[in-house]
Structure formats: structure tokens, C-alpha cells
Design a binder for this molecule. Structure first.
Ligand code: GDP
Ligand code: GDP
Length: 438
């Protein structure tokens, strides 16, 4: 499970700036997907191989009574409750304020690891003003500059201390016999527990003994048609006896953790509701995570022709950025469409872990260039020399050459579609990276 870090502090101290810095690398990856809805309050970060989830809590006003602030305070409390560590951000230039004291008092009662980040400290990290923040009783004030990236690394090291083993290794995904780690994601009431219970009740599915649950987590190993699966901590569900049932509260953090723990994510949408904001957000997280994804429109039995048309339109507009994902209509309750669903999940996994030999990639690259050259920029034309595979789940193709900064997004999409077609990829994002030849 990735550790969760919550950013807390009054408005204007620099929380969003810090958030953007911590999650920046991820942004770059998804920057070119049009139509992606992203809730900028949740993101994923990584520092030297250690991955974590960051929550930005907006502005925190502990005592405000007006609606929106109350809502923010509620969200902050939930974020703090779900966090493994809290970064309490204060503003060196503005100095200590009464609000900072209120927040400190609240955080002392929260029983969490709290780091006190004194932001906007560029050029002032040695200033005695930093020490003034000792007064908050939150331990040593750590001077940082979110805008300039100073002090961030050691702040993170402190926040993440103890969460990773010394030699945490990146998961290798080339073991053919490993189970597919599967997460079922979706809003409350879309039918997650119904589907899972239907699956587990299927004759062809062999459920193994369910191990005890930890931290509300569910992990169910099972086998279907010879393929092993592991149903992992699916957000919002709890085991009760032999069946699963939904728990009341929807948790973005749990959803994010489930998604990033999975190899393949099944996104469930409720046909009777269409694609809602929350569905689009969850889809956005899945895209950012790079996981393989299959979309199932559940409760297909309960919609008429008109609703189906509306649904089609909302999928086209709101999930356009998941265009690589297969979309299937199912009814968990009536056990309809489940065979094709398994097939799609299997395909997504095979696509995500597809092996792409360098000679094949390079040949495809040359054929693509022959078919259509990249556009000339000024006097130079990008030269694409060869390609190799840089990763799996998601697959990454690294293209080497010269003047690659002039390769347009449109041309990258053209290359992507050629690679996708050849390897028959379905249900996985494909990343194309450009690398200048030495
Ligand atoms: P939030 O309301 O806490 O999310 O604060 P923002 O991230 O929106 O930042 C508030 C203001 O502080 C913006 O004008 C930022 O440009 C500025 N700011 C953020 N971080 C730094 C920093 O490290 N140094 C300086 N000088 N300004 C910063
Ligand atoms: P969860 O919160 O995502 O786990 O959703 P549940 O599995 O608890 O389902 C919510 C409601 O939708 C329940 O009343 C189910 O009976 C109903 N439901 C689930 N799947 C289907 C389906 O395929 N068709 C119809 N008509 N109703 C369904």
C-alpha cells in the first residue's frame, strides 16, 4: 500500500504549489490527454522509487461556519484521518498567525505524524524567523521553498521514513504465473459488491480460502479458466461472512490505493445514472496510474433504448480520454455479459505485459516513418532511429533519434496507433518516450 501524505494549512501558504511539485512527474505523463477530468486534490508522487499519494486539502478554517468552509474542514478531517503523515504548511513571509495555532491544536489531537513545513523560505532557510514556528509545538520547523524546490527532498524523506523497506524493489511483471491483481473501482451503488459476489458464486470460479482482512482490505485469490487472479482491496467494500457488502463512505484514498495496487482495473459505471463527475474523476485516476483498464456498464438490464443513447453520448464526451479501454455492457444481477468481461480483462492484462522486441519496434518505426515523415521544423527534421521497450504495465516504447523535440503530439499519436495495431493492444495505455541519441 502506498503511504498517504496530506497537506494541511491555511489558504495561501503554498499548499497547491507544493502539491504540484510533489505530483509533477505524473502530470507530464497525462498532459496530452484531452478531456481528462482531474480532481487536483489527489495525486501520486514518487521520490527515488518510493511512491506515495498526496492529498491537498484546500484551505482549512477550523472555526468557520459558512457552508463552503465547513465542507473544506470536513474534507480536511477526512484527509487527515486517512493520511499516514501530515505536512502542515506555514508561510515564513507572512509569519505565524492565529489560524496556524488553531490548526496546530487540531493536529495535536489527530495523533498522526506531522511535519511542519515552513514555506517560502528561499534564501532564508537560515533565518531566525524559521525558529519562531517552534512555538506551534509541532516539532522542528523545516524550511522549504515549494516554488523553487528547495528542502522538499528532506521533507519527503522525513514524511516517508519507515514506510519502505531498505530495498523495496519495483514489481517485476514478467512472471507468467503470477496472478492478475484486479481492482473493481466505481462509485457507491454501481454494483461492485453484486458483481464480486456473482463472480465468487460462479461455478467455474475457484475461490481459495479468504485470508483475514487487514485495514479493511480485501484480498481474494481465485482462479478462472486456468488464470489466477487476486481481487485486491477494492475500495468501499467489506467482507461479511462469505459475501461482500458495500460500506457507506466512499473514499478517494482507498480507491487510489486499490488502483495503484492493481495490474488491471475494472471501472464499473451505473447504466441508469450515466457517466457522472465522480465516475470521470475515478477514470482520471486510473489513467494517471497507467494501469490497464476495462470499463463495464452495469445494470444494462434496467435501461431502455433512450437511456442507452444518452449513456452512449455521456461515455463519448466524458470518458474520451480512456479511448483505449474496451467498454462492455453487463448485468451483474442477471449474470449477463460476464464471459466477454473476463475475456476483456485477460486481454487487457496480456496487452499491459506484452513483450515488444527491439527489432520489431524498430522495423515498425521505420515503416511508420516511410508511410509518413514527421514534420520539418525550420531547417531540421526529427530523425527517428530506433525504438526499444522501456517498461510494462503500462508498456513504454522509447524512441531514439535526433531533433526529437520537434516531434508533434499528433505524430506521436500516429506512431502510437501503428504500435497498438501491430501488437493488438487493448485496455492498456501505451507510453511513447523520446530520447536523444548521444
Ligand atoms: P494554497 O492556498 O496554500 O494552496 O497556496 P498556493 O500554492 O496557491 O500559493 C499561494 C501563493 O504563494 C502563490 O502566489 C504562490 O506563488 C506563492 N508561493 C507558493 N510557494 C512559494 C514559495 O516557495 N516561495 C514564494 N516566494 N512564494 C510561494
Ligand atoms: P456497490 O455499492 O457498488 O457495491 O453496489 P451494490 O452491489 O451494493 O449494488 C447497488 C444496487 O444496485 C443494489 O440494489 C443492487 O441490487 C443493484 N444492482 C447491482 N447490479 C445490478 C444489475 O446488474 N442490474 C440491476 N437492475 N440492478 C443492479
Amino acid at each position: 500500500m502506498k503511504p498517504v501524505i496530506a497537506l494541511v494549512g491555511r489558504p495561501n501558504v503554498g499548499k497547491s504549489t507544493l502539491f504540484n511539485r510533489l505530483t509533477k512527474s505524473r502530470d507530464a505523463i497525462v498532459a496530452d490527454y484531452a478531456g481528462l477530468t482531474r480532481d487536483r486534490h489527489y495525486g501520486e508522487g514518487r521520490v527515488s522509487g518510493r511512491e506515495f499519494i498526496v492529498i491537498d486539502t484546500g484551505g482549512f478554517e477550523p472555526d468557520c461556519s459558512s457552508g463552503i468552509f465547513q465542507e473544506m474542514a470536513k474534507q480536511t478531517r477526512q484527509a487527515v484521518a486517512e493520511a499516514d503523515a501530515v505536512i502542515f504548511v506555514v508561510d515564513l513571509r507572512a509569519g505565524l498567525s492565529g489560524q496556524d495555532h488553531d490548526i496546530a491544536q487540531y493536529l495535536r489531537g489527530a495523533n498522526k505524524r506531522v511535519l511542519l513545513a515552513v514555506n517560502k523560505a528561499e534564501g532564508m532557510s537560515e533565518s531566525p524567523l524559521v525558529s519562531e514556528f517552534y512555538e506551534l509545538g509541532m516539532g522542528e520547523p523545516i524550511p522549504v521553498s515549494s516554488a523553487h524546490g528547495q528542502g522538499i527532498r528532506s521533507l519527503l524523506d522525513m514524511a516517508l521514513e519507515g514506510f519502505f523497506d531498505e530495498e523495496d524493489e519495483e514489481d517485476e511483471v514478467d512472471d507468467e504465473n503470477r496472478p492478475i491483481r484486479l481492482a473493481v473501482a466505481g462509485r457507491p451503488n454501481v454494483g461492485k459488491s453484486t458483481l464480486i459476489n456473482t463472480w465468487l458464486g460462479e461455478e467455474r470460479l475457484v475461490a481459495f480460502d479468504m485470508p483475514g482482512t487487514t485495514r479493511d482490505a480485501i484480498s481474494v485469490p481465485f482462479e478462472r479458466n486456468g488464470q489466477r487472479y487476486e481481487l485486491i482491496d477494492t475500495a468501499g467494500l467489506r467482507r461479511k461472512g462469505k459475501v461482500f457488502e458495500a460500506i457507506e463512505k466512499f473514499s478517494v484514498v482507498k480507491t487510489l490505493q486499490a488502483i495503484s495496487d492493481a495490474n488491471v482495473v475494472l471501472l464499473l459505471i451505473d447504466a441508469t445514472q450515466g457517466v457522472t463527475d465522480q465516475d470521470a474523476h475515478i477514470a482520471g485516476y486510473i489513467l494517471e496510474s497507467g494501469r490497464a483498464v476495462v470499463v463495464a456498464i452495469n445494470k444494462w438490464d434496467a435501461v431502455d433504448t433512450y437511456q442507452r443513447e444518452m449513456l452512449q453520448r455521456s461515455i463519448e464526451t466524458r470518458l474520451a480520454f480512456l479511448r483505449f479501454a474496451p467498454i462492455l455492457n453487463i448485468s451483474a444481477k442477471r449474470r449477463q455479459g460476464l464471459g466477454p468481461l473476463w475475456a476483456a480483462l485477460g486481454d487487457a492484462w496480456r496487452s499491459a505485459t506484452c513483450k515488444m522486441p527491439t527489432p520489431v519496434l524498430t522495423r515498425l518505426l521505420h515503416e511508420a516513418v516511410e508511410f509518413q515523415q514527421p514534420k520539418r521544423a525550420g531547417t531540421s527534421r526529427p530523425k527517428l532511429r530506433y525504438a526499444h521497450q522501456g517498461g510494462q504495465n503500462p508498456p513504454v516504447i522509447v524512441i531514439h533519434g535526433n531533433a526529437l523535440e520537434h516531434v508533434t503530439e499528433a505524430y506521436k499519436r500516429f506512431l502510437e496507433s501503428r504500435f497498438r495495431e501491430h501488437f493488438k493492444l487493448s485496455g492498456t495505455p501505451l507510453r511513447i518516450e523520446m530520447k536523444l541519441s548521444a
